[in-house]
Design a binder for this molecule. Sequence first.
Ligand code: ATP
Ligand code: MG
Length: 225
Amino acid sequence: MKLSEITKVYGNGSLQVPVLHGIDLEVEDGEFIAIMGPSGSGKSTLMNIIGFLDYPTEGIFELNGENIISAKEKHLAKLRNEHIGFVFQQFFLLPRLNAQKNVEAPLIYAGMSKRERAERAKQMLEKVGLGDRVKHLPNQLSGGQKQRVAIARALVNNPTLILADEPTGALDSKTSAQIMELFVQLNKEGKTVIIVTHEEEIAAYTNRIITLRDGKIIDDRRTRP
Ligand SMILES: Nc1ncnc2c1ncn2[C@@H]1O[C@H](COP(=O)(O)OP(=O)(O)OP(=O)(O)O)[C@@H](O)[C@H]1O
Ligand SMILES: [Mg+2]
């Protein structure tokens, strides 16, 4: 994926808020990247653009040779469902559904039978180490376990790219380390992983650290070959 001179301005008329100022960023398949920077520097805005949750105001966004900025919302939704898994600081689990049903949710539109869905959700929960918690409701799980359910849900459509915005922001340091080990494993299995974090110790798990400040990339360094 290649972003060139991406800008984002929120609002319109006299209330314009420029947030991203000419972002140039190339991401190869299989990378493991941390995006860092102060609060308000545009990290979440950039993640949302990378995940087609938001449109840039200007610029070029090439994906497999296609400039997806001119793509229709329907096409973007399809790309998003098939290729991207999202993980957020606040988990966003559905409180009345057990772990398995939460993980199944993205499959409901994939035209899969009920049995296949259940099977696939259980597999994903086993993968994240929660094979013994499939029937637990979110409020019966610890923070780290909730985030594992959210990661299982992000993986259930077999995405190529995982976008995680402060995935350890609500977790203690020991649990954070376990969640990061899970991302390391997923990256080793070939997934491209991009996380946002405020913490150096979390960024240290990745192979490339990009620093934003006032909507610009001020540093982009590879920490491992
Ligand atoms: N929908 C919106 N409308 C107007 N301004 C917005 C909107 N979303 C974000 N902003 C502004 O854009 C700027 C960047 O926000 P963003 O959420 O990308 O920052 P961030 O780097 O993720 O910060 P944090 O570390 O606090 O999560 C902020 O000044 C914010 O107020
Ligand atoms: Mg943010």
